[in-house]
Design a protein around this ligand. Structure first.
Ligand code: ZN
Length: 137
């Protein structure tokens, strides 16, 4: 895989330096059957340092989970060597099995196999709360 260019796929840009691995895990990129390149501490005039992830295939990815991590991330869609679309992740109203409630008395901590559901409470600050116990996550 050529790190500099991809023919068809995605470039996830403007990731805060150090967040790249987290995003890799959230998007479950390790489970994809295509090349994924992670560029860490890339120079950015806007941010100083940033991480970039390149995915070498147009696979179905739910990028909106990234809104929880950082809504300023840019996702570039590449088709035939050209950037055809650029967007920021939306904040989802519900995150299912993405973040876990940290309240030890929450039913999700007690009962195994229960889905971890967090609900968006404040769009401005991107704050989510556990659907079961209302703890901030
Ligand atoms: Zn909870």
């Amino acid at each position: 895989m050529n790190i500099d260019s991809i023919k068809n796929g995605y470039v996830i840009d403007h990731i805060s330096a150090g967040q790249g691995m987290k995003i890799y895990e959230y998007l479950k990129l390790g489970e994809l059957d295509c090349s994924v390149a992670m560029i860490m501490n890339a120079r950015s005039t806007k941010m100083g340092k940033k991480d970039i992830i390149k995915i070498d295939q147009k696979v179905k990815i739910d990028f909106d989970v990234l809104g929880y991590i950082d809504p300023n991330i840019t996702i570039n869609v590449i088709e035939n060597d050209k950037k055809v679309k650029k967007f920021h992740p939306e904040l989802k109203n519900e995150l299912i099995d993405i973040v876990k409630c940290k309240n030890p008395r929450c039913i999700t901590s007690v009962e195994r196999g229960l889905k971890h559901i967090c609900v968006l409470k404040d769009k401005e600050s991107a704050k989510y709360r556990c659907k079961y116990c209302d703890s901030e996550v």
